[in-house]
Ligand binder design. Structure first.
Ligand SMILES: [Zn+2]
Ligand SMILES: [Zn+2]
Length: 345
């Protein structure tokens, strides 16, 4: 079998099309799965992404030119036929399908198969080789239905309101924050947002996504007007920024909240377990649905998950990349480097 995609020190490379997917080194031609900072980086000669992913990328990368495609639209690049398919991770996120001489490979970036009611739902793509993340590639990671987590947040928010406290909820600026504000019960009280989140909200609203009403927190925001607010901010805003809301309860929303040690280290009173990455069951079902025999495992629990896949009969391999895993979305992952996540907000 030929290698449609290869793994280089700059990123995932397609020799037949002379392009890279989510490169971390500077390259001439970059195809980007989604706007998180570990996948969409500065300094590429050209960018290609979905129409839905491009506005946030443009905001984050500044003065670069981004070519766009619709989902499922095929483009010919050199000898490669390329198309983007929903990854269900955040709005605009894509798996990139690359076909060369009848051989099909899919690079999935970050993904989840659960429909969050907000991102374009994940679509399985049949292929010979599948490149998968493994951020939560251990059986201990098993997500509850989104509505269960929304109810937990609503209960927490309602109790805080009864005690005269603000509810400070830490979530990453692109994806998680909007997913949370979309699934909580906005009739409980006003939803306030940190500027980095509201900037992303503005972009997503402008491209037609529906979000509940939110109030941008600025120096002029009269906080006394919003005593029972849910305040959504990046985890980095905990501390001096969140203090100004007075009596408060703090919580984080992240898949990592499933790990007790991480929750303790963040010193949040509450941890809501919700992630935009596939859990154990989703990873396994997504891989099975591709029909692929060759699996390449990128960021996450790579070696454990690869061994598991081999035991299941797959031709599975660990691939070393510079992708961050959930901390690029949440800034609160253990063990991994978080500086790119900070740079993106
Ligand atoms: Zn991501
Ligand atoms: Zn990522």
């Amino acid at each position: 079998m030929s290698n449609v995609l290869t793994f280089t020190d700059k990123g995932i490379y397609c020799p037949a099309g002379d392009f890279y997917i989510d490169p971390w080194g500077r390259v001439e031609r970059a195809l980007i799965t989604h706007g998180h900072s570990d996948h969409a980086r500065w300094g590429m000669g050209s960018y290609l992404a979905t129409k839905a992913a491009a506005p946030v990328m443009q905001h984050r990368l500044g003065d670069v030119s981004i070519d766009t495609v619709n989902y499922a639209e095929t483009v010919q690049i050199g000898d490669a036929r390329v198309s983007f398919h929903p990854a269900g991770h955040v709005p605009g996120s894509a798996q990139i399908r690359v076909e060369v001489a009848g051989e099909v490979w899919v690079a999935s970036g970050d993904y989840k198969t659960t429909n969050d009611g907000f991102s374009e739902p994940f679509e399985p793509v049949r292929c010979h080789a599948f490149i998968t993340e493994s951020t939560f590639g251990l059986p201990i990671f098993k997500w509850q239905p989104q509505q269960v987590v929304a109810d937990q947040i609503n209960t927490w928010w309602t109790a805080n309101r009864a005690e005269g406290k603000a509810s400070i909820l830490g979530a990453y600026a692109l994806g998680k924050a909007q997913r949370l504000m979309s699934c909580v019960d906005a009739s409980i009280g006003p939803i306030l947002t940190h500027a980095s989140i509201e900037n992303t909200n503005d972009i997503l609203r402008a491209q037609g996504l529906h979000l509940p009403d939110t109030v941008r927190v600025t120096a002029e925001t009269g906080l006394k007007k919003y005593p029972s607010a849910l305040v959504i901010c990046p985890p980095s805003a905990f501390g001096p920024w969140s203090k100004k809301f007075g009596p408060q309860s703090q919580a984080f929303a992240s898949g990592w909240m499933a790990l007790r040690g991480v929750k303790r280290r963040r010193a949040a009173e509450r941890g809501f377990i919700i992630s935009d990455h596939a859990d154990w069951t989703e990873l396994n079902s997504a891989i099975a649905e591709t029909g692929a025999e060759r699996i390449f495992v990128t960021h996450g629990y790579t070696s454990v998950f690869t061994k598991w896949l081999r035991d299941q009969g797959y031709d599975a391999h660990v691939v070393s990349t510079d992708y961050g895993g959930d901390e690029a979305d949440d800034s609160d992952a253990p063990q991994q480097d978080t500086q790119d996540a900070g740079a993106a907000v």
